[in-house]
Design a protein around this ligand. Structure first.
Ligand code: NAD
Length: 253
């Protein structure tokens, strides 16, 4: 469907499951080559084998996105293996337990900001350096509806995702003349391990999350991946610095 993605080299962080894996699958269907990255190396290697057996060139590099040296090594490994980096999907992220700000755990705040915000900053920095060297590229950050508005009891997460939205817009402005586009996808609640973990802790959340949506359901990872693919492809060639809500209409309310 998106001819422009054939043979493109795409890096995805947090690729072992959820929105990251759905994005990898969708990009593979468009003919992209994949550099997958996440924490669990064994799972990553199994995924690589599965992609290769289906004809998609793929590689896995373990990387904790909070580690500046590991992130630099990840971009270097991508270029060493595939020769370039055309698209980057900065997706690795974590949640924290529900808590109001007055009772917020400092450790939870530091942890979520380290992964969700500093991790994206570090990835963008090294991806941009490579894209500048080679003359272009596209970056898609996975932010959240929590990057566009407040969300009670998710203060640390909200702060981290607002930061990602800010970095997305800033990088888009800084590199618009360098053939580099930077956008974000802002999912509402999506059926992945992250949300399943939250529901296991508070089962009543499932109904609450579904009924809060105008479409009375959560998003599917594949529905986020479809927008990631569009933003990576040349079909979005004039889309830059945008943070797209993919939310079944939630922000229309
Ligand atoms: N699921 C939702 O409802 C939802 C909504 C809005 C935004 N998001 C965002 O989407 C992204 C993907 O989340 P998901 O729902 O697929 O969750 P998920 O938990 O299924 O996947 C997240 C992946 O990130 C990896 N990861 C976590 N910490 C990491 C680190 N320090 N370094 C490298 N990898 C790390 C995990 O191992 C996991 O594979 C996250 O940024 C999340 O904040 C999710």
């Amino acid at each position: 469907m998106y001819e422009s993605l054939k043979g493109k080299v795409v890096l995805i962080t947090g690729a072992n499951g959820g929105i990251g894996l759905a994005s990898a699958e969708a990009l593979a269907r468009e003919g992209a080559s994949l550099m997958l990255s996440d924490l669990d190396e064994q799972r990553g290697r199994e995924l690589v084998e599965s992609f290769i057996s289906r004809g998609t060139p793929a590689e896995f590099e373990a990387c904790n996105v909070t580690d500046a040296k590991a992130v630099e090594a990840l971009i270097a490994a991508t270029v060493e293996r595939f020769g370039r980096l055309d698209c980057a999907v900065n997706n690795a992220g974590i949640e924290h337990a529900h808590q109001r700000l007055a009772d917020h755990s400092d450790d939870d705040f530091d942890r979520v900001v380290a992964v969700n915000l500093k991790g994206v900053y570090l990835c963008m920095k090294h991806e941009l350096r490579q894209m500048l060297k080679q003359g272009g590229g596209t970056i898609v950050n996975i932010a959240s509806l929590a990057g566009l508005g407040g969300a009670p009891q998710l203060g640390g997460y909200v702060a981290s995702k607002h930061g990602v939205v800010g970095l997305t817009k800033t990088a888009a402005l800084e590199y618009a003349r360098k053939n580099i586009r930077v956008n974000a996808v802002c999912p509402s609640f999506t059926k992945t391990e992250m949300v399943k973990r939250m529901i296991r802790k508070r089962p009543e959340l499932e109904h609450a999350l579904e009924s809060a949506s105008p479409m009375k359901r959560m998003g599917e990872p594949e529905e986020m991946a479809n927008v990631v693919v569009f933003l990576c492809s040349d079909a979005s060639s004039f889309v830059n610095g945008q943070c797209h809500a993919v939310d079944g209409g939630m922000t229309a309310m």
